[in-house]
Design a protein around this ligand. Structure first.
Ligand SMILES: Nc1nc2c(ncn2[C@@H]2O[C@H](COP(=O)(O)OP(=O)(O)O)[C@@H](O)[C@H]2O)c(=O)[nH]1
Ligand SMILES: [Mg+2]
Length: 366
């Protein structure tokens, strides 16, 4: 399954405008082909020059670039964690995504109603964050009550799990997102993974601004910047209104002229796609056979079985081992066989941390 980024935000902040700009981005089609597969799900192709090199070496029948799915997640409102406004359904949609694009209204326009009657992106962000934190707290509480007894028996793992989870509970209750929770990658994998936390997912904040503020920002974007300074998150200034104008332009030249007039070198959609891929710690590995050379998107930090699961869940369930060639070695020696002969094909197990550019061959058993 392709990785998904979900667009979230309060109603009327410009999520669908942005989504439509992405899905209609004709002028960008050459760089970022996009098609809508469901009314609220679109697929973007991620360009990668390494695919061209692999095609030259392997001469496959087919080359398939990797894609990222973008989902327009509507309907998050205050009380969503309690099921308000179909809240639970939408929170479930977020759970299925790998990353979050959080759109914040940073434009003033009296014609566009704000759900709370005023433009205040920092408070908007808090409303969404709190709903997600409350949902995470439900899961954390459930797990704490499960392991509490066990931890009292002195079981070392249970004692540590209890410590970690009570600290996380306090962290969430203080209105902080789990992504800022201080924990080692090993313990994160061990104690938090099964919770499928919402606020631990990587996030980009997209400030939806008016035309005049798209380069330098405005008082709203400054406030957002200040509010997220400890979050180690990326912020992007985009005008959804401009993007929807650009999206319908047929020619590349028209688009560039339009952008230059506004003092921009690149559309917000292009920046968003690039940022989504890189800032959300997505990396690419390849499978390279004569039938097909294919790029796959995973999250940095994924181990070999999880990476295999992106191809098919059976690959993860029945994972035995992975044969791995570094991209640079593949290019240097020119083929899998030559890499094998030169000791550049490594056999890796379940604990292998997949790296960007790895050429993978999975062995599995179902
Ligand atoms: N002035 C202005 N209006 C916008 C902008 N982005 C969206 N809107 C308007 O805000 C309203 C809500 O936008 P929509 O994308 O449907 O918001 P959603 O509820 O978050 O999906 C629509 O009337 C849009 O035309 C923008 O950048 N500037
Ligand atoms: Mg919408």
């Amino acid at each position: 399954m392709a990785l998904q980024a979900g667009i979230v935000g309060l109603p009327n902040v410009g999520k669908s405008t942005l989504f439509n700009a992405l899905s209609n981005a004709k002028a960008q089609a050459a760089n970022f082909p996009f098609c809508t597969i469901e009314p609220n799900v679109g697929v973007i192709t991620v360009p990668d020059s390494r695919l061209i090199e692999l095609e030259r070496l392997v001469k496959p029948q087919k080359v398939v670039p990797t894609t990222v799915e973008i989902v327009d997640i509507a309907g998050l409102v205050k009380g969503a964690s309690k099921g308000e406004g179909l809240g639970n359904q939408f929170l479930g949609n977020i759970r299925n995504t790998d990353a979050i694009i959080h759109v914040l209204r940073c434009f003033d326009d009296d014609n566009v109603i704000h759900v709370d009657g005023k433009v205040d992106p920092v408070s908007d962000k808090e409303i969404i964050d709190i709903e997600l934190q409350l949902k995470d707290l439900e899961g954390v509480d459930r797990k704490i009550s499960k392991i509490e007894k066990q931890s009292k028996t002195g079981d070392k793992d249970a004692v540590r799990a209890y410590e970690v989870l009570t600290a996380l509970k306090a962290h969430l209750e203080a209105g902080k997102n789990a992504r800022g929770f201080d924990i080692s990658p090993e313990e994160k994998e061990k104690f938090l993974k099964d919770l499928a936390l919402l606020t631990i997912k990587p996030v980009i904040y997209v400030c939806n601004v008016d035309e005049a503020s798209v380069v330098k920002g405005n008082k709203h974007t400054e406030a957002v910047k200040n509010a997220i300074k400890d979050e180690n998150a990326e912020i992007l200034l985009v005008s959804a209104a401009i993007e929807s104008e650009i999206a319908v332009m047929e020619s590349f030249e028209d688009r560039q002229l339009f952008l230059e007039d506004l003092g921009l070198s690149e559309s917000g959609v292009a920046r968003l796609i690039r940022s989504t891929y890189h800032l959300l710690h997505l990396i690419t590995y390849f499978t390279a056979g004569v039938q097909e050379v294919k790029a796959w998107t995973i999250t940095k930090g994924m181990l070999a079985p999880q990476a295999a699961g992106v191809i098919h869940s059976d690959f993860e369930k029945g994972f035995i081992r992975a044969e791995v060639i570094r991209y640079a070695d593949f290019v240097k020696y020119g083929s899998e066989a030559a890499c094998r002969d030169n000791g550049k094909l490594a056999v890796q197990g379940k604990d292998y941390l997949v790296e960007d550019g790895d050429i993978m061959h999975f062995r599995f058993n179902v």
